[in-house]
Design a protein around this ligand. Structure first.
Ligand code: MG
Length: 368
């Protein structure tokens, strides 16, 4: 089987509510999605998606994905999409780094490989659990009262996992954490996500003054060096996601004991092929995981769900449904959807959901 063409679509995915990132980063109200269609000489078609979480969050952006695909396309055309490692090496040879540009192509290859094998991607990767995965909420509220209101709304929809965004004012962060913990149900999974916006000193003040609660902080400071420097000075469990880009990041964090949790974001780390290695590093070192898209439609959520399904349930805390934050629908309601706060693995071979091509407009590039 050979890849005969690569067709690229750009789609704006408006957010239901504009999103402010903490730490002075810019507001955005829409995500720039790149959808990729791979066609083969045997008639199988695979789809991939790459949708960064805005342009100002981390070094990844929509136009960069499309430029990267233009550079990599001549190296990928003609390859067998079922040989995902060969496609991965071809992309790494053609364009070192730029992992976020590679993930949609990797995803489309896995989609085709699954269809060719007659298996959902998770089963092709070695076996996918059918236990529904809890979806993490995204609680971007500012005050104690707003936080309570937003979490109450999520709980009413069945959510048991919550990512509470903190990282503004230190005193307010402590007050919000204490209030959330006071109202926490016994089975709930709660992560306090700082998104790198504390200085080391701010991180220490919050982490030390909430030590009695044993809560988990995600990305409490900018870099792995910062997290390593803070490490001996507090006892809180730490999750890393924005610092978890390469396999070397994962092995360093595991070896040096920098994190108890990995937040694996498929687009950031370069797709399923590379993410699966991080999963194995995590499992080998007793590190738990959240598996998520960086953003995007039901396609991106489904890709992450497939990887999550290959992780034993006790080690996989939650997935995400970014689709619930969007006003655009590109798959006609098909694919895994929020059911009482959980996503269910699709049984169709491959990814298990494809977009309505008509909803994507005209392609922005075609390589053959
Ligand atoms: Mg995070």
């Amino acid at each position: 089987m050979k890849i005969t063409s690569i067709t690229v679509y750009q789609k704006d995915l408006p957010l239901e509510h504009p999103y402010w990132l903490s730490g002075g980063r810019l507001r955005f109200d829409s995500l720039d999605a790149t959808l990729v269609k791979l066609e083969t000489d045997e008639g199988l078609i695979g789809w991939g998606e790459g949708t960064p979480w805005g342009h100002t969050y981390v070094p990844a952006h929509g136009p960069g994905i499309r430029a990267g695909i233009e550079t990599m396309a001549p190296f990928v055309l003609g390859l067998d999409p079922r040989r995902v490692l060969e496609v991965e090496r071809a992309m790494d040879l053609a364009l070192p780094g730029h992992l976020y540009a590679k993930s949609p192509l990797d995803m489309a290859c896995w989609d085709i490989a699954g269809q060719a094998a007659g298996l959902p991607i998770a089963d092709l990767m070695g076996g996918g659990s059918r236990t529904p995965r809890p979806i993490a909420s995204s609680v971007g509220a500012k005050t104690v009262e707003e936080t309570r209101e937003v979490m109450t709304r999520y709980r009413a929809r069945g959510y048991i996992a919550h990512s509470v965004k903190i990282g503004g004012d230190v005193e307010r962060d402590v007050a919000r954490i204490r209030d959330v913990e006071a109202h926490r149900a016994p089975h709930e999974i709660i992560l306090y996500d700082v998104n790198r916006s504390w200085t080391r000193q701010q991180a220490l003040r919050v982490m030390q003054s909430t030590q009695d609660l044993r809560v988990t902080f995600e990305q409490p400071a900018e870099t792995l060096d910062d997290i390593a420097a803070l490490r001996p000075l507090h006892s809180a469990p730490v999750s890393i996601d924005e610092c978890l880009v390469t396999l070397q990041d994962a092995t360093r964090a595991a070896r040096d004991g920098l994190a108890e949790v990995f937040g694996i974001k498929l687009n950031r780390v370069g797709g399923l092929t590379k993410a699966a290695r991080m999963r194995d590093v995590a499992l080998a070192h007793g590190i738990d995981m959240y598996v998520m898209a960086t953003g995007g439609s039901v396609l991106a959520d489904t890709e992450a769900l497939h990887l999550a399904a290959t992780i034993p349930g006790h080690a996989c805390h939650a997935v995400w449904a970014c689709q619930d934050m969007l006003t655009a629908e590109i798959a006609g309601g098909r694919g895994p959807r929020n059911e009482n706060g959980h996503l269910h693995l699709p049984e169709d071979p491959g990814l298990g959901v494809h977009p309505d091509e008509d909803s994507l407009g005209d392609p922005v590039a075609h390589y053959a």
